[in-house]
Design a protein around this ligand. Structure first.
Ligand SMILES: [Zn+2]
Ligand SMILES: [Zn+2]
Length: 268
């Protein structure tokens, strides 16, 4: 039995004798099946190859974890160290003993949450490695293929511990979410956004899409809904889904003016 991993989106399926017939995530209109057709690998195969994880201190309490050479979508996971505990935000497909050791030296993982199905990656393997509970929005339950692992499902918002809150923004997926850390950015507040709010190449701006690879926009009402979901949360910094492309300051104003521009150009 192997827990097969889709090579295009990086999502790991429950252990089975044969690979799944197709990948639920890649068959969705927001993703795509690779040009060579559906391909699978396993953690064992990846460990026998040349991939490894980079564990990179990014800011106080913020550590980025990503796989090199890039695998599948190439997103990063982020270990957020807070007084209440360490949360792994988003996930990557690869994990090995070196990664586990590096993260244990930072205090391990007390909880895992993922912004949306494209970044589910090997959340089952990560949860098992650290004995960490998984928190996900119930709105995307149909896309969570690891039906063999326990998940705490939430709706709307979920406070993990004081100052650390999951906020369902909707948009990209109905259950798309961000993580708000009140103590982030030296106490000015930080958001961790995955694809729910995507940092642009020009980091004075962010954007919002139903599909990034297939260029499907969101309707104006949905973009306004994302901004409205953040009412009452202070934040000055945004950590996006990929390493090295963060909005370092003034992030609330960046989100608001980006939403206004988006709505204007979409005719709303
Ligand atoms: Zn896939
Ligand atoms: Zn996505």
């Amino acid at each position: 039995m192997h827990a097969f991993i889709c090579r295009t989106c990086g999502v790991q399926y429950p252990p089975s004798e044969e690979p799944p017939a197709s990948c639920l995530i890649c068959e969705d209109e927001r993703q795509y099946v690779g040009r060579g057709g559906q391909q699978w690998t396993t953690l064992e195969q990846l460990r026998a190859g040349d991939v490894s994880n980079q564990v990179v201190p990014t800011d106080p309490g913020v550590t980025s974890i990503f796989t090199v050479p890039r695998f599948a979508i190439g997103q990063r996971a982020i270990l957020v160290q807070t007084e209440g505990g360490n949360l792994l935000w988003d996930c990557v497909s690869y994990i090995d003993d070196e990664t586990i050791e590096a993260i244990n030296s930072l205090g391990g993982v007390q909880g895992i949450s993922v912004s949306h199905p494209h970044f589910y990656a090997a959340v089952g393997a990560w949860s098992e490695a650290f004995g960490a509970p998984v928190y996900l929005p119930s709105a995307d339950r149909e896309y969570f293929v690891r039906t063999d692992i326990d998940v705490t499902w939430y709706e709307g918002t979920h406070e993990l511990w004081p100052g650390l809150t999951l906020v369902q923004t909707g948009g990209h997926f109905e259950g798309s979410a961000v993580l708000h850390w009140a103590g982030g950015a030296e106490g000015r507040g930080a958001l961790f956004t995955g694809d729910s709010i995507s940092t642009a190449a020009d980091t004075r701006w962010v954007t919002f899409m139903r599909s990034y690879p297939n260029f499907i926009p969101l309707p104006p009402a949905s973009v306004k809904g994302i901004v409205a979901s953040l009412d009452g949360y202070e934040f000055d910094r945004i950590y996006g889904g990929w390493f090295g492309n963060d909005v370092r300051e003034d992030a609330r104003a960046v989100v608001e003016r980006s939403a206004e521009r988006y709505v204007r150009w979409s005719g709303g």
